[in-house]
Write a new protein. Structure first.
Length: 969
């Protein structure tokens, strides 16, 4: 994954936009912008960039129906030697206007991305026509791309405040040029309705072994189009709506922009991969049935009545159960007479769900269905002459999700949750894990034990662990640090015990003083032969492929035993069996299937059926209706809906088509009742492509969320709207990638709508932030709107933050504005306390923007804590700035509370939630990043604000991210 992709995604993920916050410029004079919520359509006035056919050192030579030919003549390389680094001295190379390298540990060479408007229905290929180089041999290697130094203590909150210049041996010890090609085809996708193709340009290549350096002096390349798309020409064959909300940012997004592309004949939006119509029309009214465990469920007449089903009006023969939009076979006891009677009931097989966001699966029961699905019946009363099967292979999954580790996924399911970690310092260290095994069979088959382990760190670069079961050695695991590892071994069935058992994991075997071995335990799998005996009037068992046989299952307390073949979970089969009395109880007799594959069964009494977690009669809005229309969509849990009225009234008065969509409705219609972030994205994709045009442009999420929506940690904080969790950060791993919610036109990650979030934990939070929005919009012009404060951390290996800030001030801030510098270590801010006080005073005095460049953690700026979470309650400002903290972590809004219950919200959240003070919005990072990438986003933002008169925050921040796309690889 490239750093460009990462930065774009994670910054959007924590875009805490509670308003369009920018009071912009017009011909150098202040003007108040009426805006809010997330965005307001751009005004017709204000300058816009001229058609662009040359972008810096890139010139378009030819644009035809068949493709685009362009040339590149990079500027001179700027060189700077570094006297010391992790692996010795190195050379820094830069070209003005180019980004830095993107892959940690590889040579940090200038890179750039050129984006071009391309036709909608063509394939794209890149070919280099000419390439001229200047060559050199370096005495010292090029410096590597820095990587953050992450914390090495698993008990400490994950954070980084420094970087290291580590050289990847796979690159620095290879006799080859890095990168291998000067130009490569990048991502092709849609920015709303504008199709773009990107070219990754690497004008400098370096061979670390020979010291050779190749500097491109001229490149001519061709983007070729093939297919049936329309004629291209300079306009790339696209027609875009003149009032497209993205019209203000299109011109700088591509190198071949032509204003003639803006017209009335825009294409209809098409969201590739948009959810199709459901195969079963289950749309409520109906009963949503939530379950947690896998097993046989029984729903009674009384439960249906309590859930609100009109039992007196329902013909049970029309009952239909679905899951995930697909029918599930059910057994309706007593349906033959066409009426629901008090003794009637419904039986189905329910499955647990594997989901990041919820432990509850959902089934839907509706009525008046024409096509229903019932369980088939099969007589399996056994032939007594058949051989008897007395045991089956039984599997236990032993797993507890007690620790979240974003940086360390493991297993095929990319799991980030772990049971415990083992830290061995200078010698072996062990942990034990207890479990119960019952009904062990006296059988010749062996059992097995598997463990999924995950590396955290190892001084030697290698982990060494041993597993034992009930003090009997079972297996050893030796593997390289940085990876997960699954160890499995056969276990003699005599090693297991009926009742309590114990697994011991010992790590750090052979470690000596000064060596540390840290690993995480994810889960265990235990398999053993188990006797076919009921426990608690219930048994679930699996039989492997076998010849005809019979099964006798003792242990039932009563004769009303029922059996089901659940080999196909959505098509269970009701089995007719024999139940005969035996000493002290009853025995079930059946003949399993003699199929050529594994088969699964459940045999139980009426008392052993599972009960649903909850049942609710639901009627939802038809979100799939093409008659729906909106420019501005607000997604909220119903608890916050009434508090949104003032904001929605304001948006409607500004001419926007507004819609408040209940999160619960989205889950029901697009998630089939399951709480899942993907359902939110599916809804937005559907609304974008299927609702009455023009497509929605602004999306506001109302509600906070965290990485523990299932409450594994027991912190009991509600996730109102979940973060879109994804492994997008090269260093942090999994984090919020909320940009995916609005990347709906095609499979790319370009945003197609503007996105913001009110990170509310309560109704009071919603009311506070909306009040601040409305107050901000209604505020009269004032001197504070011409004042911008730039705060900078002290320079280090991660970057010269003062220089970055100076470049922004000198290049982008108009002379009509006052740019205040608060740079740590620069007089008069030579002490931490003086710097802290100056920052607080600036905020309290009122600022249009407070810009920060430097290191950060979730709740403070820089290791010196220049601005802290704890400072927010003591702020006194009533004029709210936009916060632009271009750092790491500061917008990481997905932390739940600490174990002690302390609020672990990000500094950005605290500032925007603070009643009557703090910030109006924060455009902040949701993970790790590098300074050059942050700087490109700042450049794009300030260009949009001050040069292009883009004063709505959604568009300005998107312009910042697009500048990153067009500057780095």
């Amino acid at each position: 994954m490239t750093i460009r992709r990462y930065l774009t995604v994670t910054v959007v993920a924590c875009l805490l936009l509670c308003a369009i916050v920018v009071q912009g410029t017009h011909n150098g004079h202040l003007r108040s912008v009426s805006a809010a919520g997330l965005a307001v359509p751009p005004s017709a006035g204000g300058p816009r960039p001229e058609p662009l056919q040359a972008s810096g050192d890139l010139v378009i030579l030819e644009s035809t129906d068949d493709g685009i030919i362009f040339s590149l003549e990079p500027a001179t390389i700027e060189r700077e030697a570094h006297a010391s680094a992790t692996d010795g001295p190195c050379l820094s190379l830069r070209i003005d206007g180019y980004g830095a390298g993107y892959q940690a540990g590889t040579p940090d060479l200038p890179v750039r991305v050129a984006s071009f408007a391309i036709p909608a229905d063509v394939s794209v290929a890149l070919s280099v026509l000419e390439a001229e180089y200047a060559e050199d041999v370096l005495d010292i290697p090029v410096c590597p791309v820095p990587r953050p130094v992450m914390g090495t203590e698993p008990e400490e909150p994950l954070a980084s405040s420094q970087v290291e210049l580590w050289r990847d041996p796979a690159v620095y010890q290879a006799d080859a040029f890095w990168p291998s090609e000067p130009a490569q085809l990048g991502e092709v996708g849609y920015l709303r309705d504008l199709r773009m193709g990107q070219v990754l340009l690497s004008p400098v290549q370096h061979n670390p072994v020979t010291g050779e350096l190749r500097h491109l002096t001229r490149l001519v390349a061709r983007l070729s189009f093939a297919g049936t798309g329309p004629a291209v020409g300079a306009a790339a064959g696209q027609r875009l709506a003149a009032d497209d909300p993205f019209s203000s940012i299109y011109p700088r997004a591509v190198a071949n922009w032509d204003a003639s592309q803006m017209g009335a004949n825009a294409p209809e939006p098409v969201a590739t991969g948009a959810p199709a119509a459901q195969s079963v029309n289950w749309l409520p009214p109906g009963v949503r049935i939530r379950i947690t465990s896998t097993g046989m469920y029984r729903i009674t007449y009384a439960e249906l009545q309590s859930a609100g089903v009109p039992v007196g009006e329902v013909d049970p023969r029309t009952l239909l159960l679905t899951q995930g939009g697909e029918p599930v076979a059910i057994q309706v006891i007593g349906e033959q007479d066409g009426t629901l009677d008090p003794e009637d009931s419904l039986v189905f097989y329910g499955e647990a769900i594997a989901n990041l966001y919820t432990a509850q699966n959902a089934y839907w029961l509706s009525w008046e269905a024409v096509n229903t699905l019932r369980m088939a019946s099969l007589n399996v009363v056994p032939d007594p002459s058949l051989p008897q099967v007395s045991h089956s292979a039984h599997s236990l999954l032993l797993e507890e999700d007690l620790r979240y580790v974003s940086t360390r996924p493991s297993g095929e399911d990319n799991d980030h949750w772990y049971w415990i970690f083992i830290r061995a310092d200078g010698g072996p260290q062990s942990e034990t894990f207890a479990f119960q095994a019952d009904r062990l069979a006296d059988a010749p088959e062996d059992g097995s034990l598997c463990a999924l382990l995950r590396s955290y760190s190892a001084t030697t670069g290698t982990h060494s662990c041993a597993l034992s079961l009930n003090d009997v050695p079972v297996a050893e695991a030796i593997w390289s640090s940085g990876e997960d590892y699954t160890v499995c071994a056969d276990v003699d069935s005599s090693t297991l015990q009926n009742g309590p058992n114990e697994i011991k994991v010992t790590c750090g075997i052979g470690a000596v003083s000064g060596q540390t071995d840290i690993i995480y335990i994810n889960r265990f799998g235990v398999a053993y032969p188990r006797s076919l005996e009921a426990s608690g009037d219930f048994i679930a068992f699996t039989l492997a492929e076998q010849s005809p046989s019979r099964v006798e299952i003792p242990g039932y307390s009563q004769p009303n035993v029922t059996a089901f073949d659940v080999t196909v979970p959505e098509r269970p089969v009701a089995l007719e069996i024999d139940v005969l009395p035996a000493a002290g109880g009853y025995v079930a007799h059946m003949q399993p299937s003699a199929s050529g594959s594994e088969s699964r069964y459940v045999v139980l009494t009426e008392q052993a059926y599972l009960a649903a977690d909850d049942m609710e009669l639901v009627t939802v809005r038809d979100l799939r209706s093409a008659a729906n229309a909106a420019d501005y969509i607000v997604i909220t849990p119903s608890i916050f809906a009434d508090s949104l009225d003032p904001l929605m009234a304001r948006r409607s008065s500004q001419g926007l088509r507004t819609e408040v969509i209940m999160l619960e409705d989205i889950y029901d219609v697009f998630g089939n009742g399951v709480a899942d972030a993907e359902a939110i994205r599916d809804f937005l994709s559907y609304a974008y492509s299927q609702w009455t045009p023009p497509a929605p442009a602004y999306v506001l999420l109302v509600g906070d969320g965290n990485y523990d929506p299932k409450n594994n940690l027991g912190r009991n904080e509600t996730t109102y709207i979940p973060p879109y969790l994804s492994d997008v950060d090269p260093w942090l791993g999994q984090t919020s990638a909320d940009n995916r919610y609005v990347a709906v036109h095609g499979p790319d990650i370009f945003p197609d709508m503007f996105l913001g979030r009110l990170p509310a934990k309560s109704i009071a939070d919603v009311e506070t932030m909306i009040a601040k929005i409305l107050q901000y919009e209604d505020s009269p012009p004032g001197d504070w709107q011409s004042q911008i404060t730039f705060v900078a951390d002290n320079p280090d290996a991660a970057g010269d933050f003062r220089a970055y800030s100076d470049a922004l001030i000198n290049t982008y801030v108009p002379t009509a504005y006052s740019a205040e510098r608060i740079y740590l270590g620069v007089s008069p801010y030579t002490s931490t306390s003086a710097t802290q006080q100056a920052i607080r005073s600036a905020i309290n005095g009122g600022r249009l923007i407070v810009n920060y460049a430097g290191h950060a953690s979730t709740q403070f700026w820089a290791s010196e804590s220049l601005l802290r979470f704890a400072d927010v309650p003591n702020l006194t400002n009533t004029l709210y700035p936009l916060m632009l903290p271009m750092s790491c972590w500061e917008g990481y809004y997905i932390n739940p509370p600490t174990a002690s219950g302390a609020d672990f919200s990000s500094l950005s959240e605290a500032l925007v939630r603070a009643p009557g003070k703090g910030a109006i919005a924060s455009f902040a990072p949701g993970g790790e990043g590098i300074a050059t990438g942050h700087h490109f986003m700042q450049e794009g933002f300030y260009t949009a604000l001050f040069e292009d008169s883009i004063t709505e925050l959604g568009a300005a921040t998107t312009a910042g991210k697009l500048n990153l796309y067009t500057s780095t690889a």
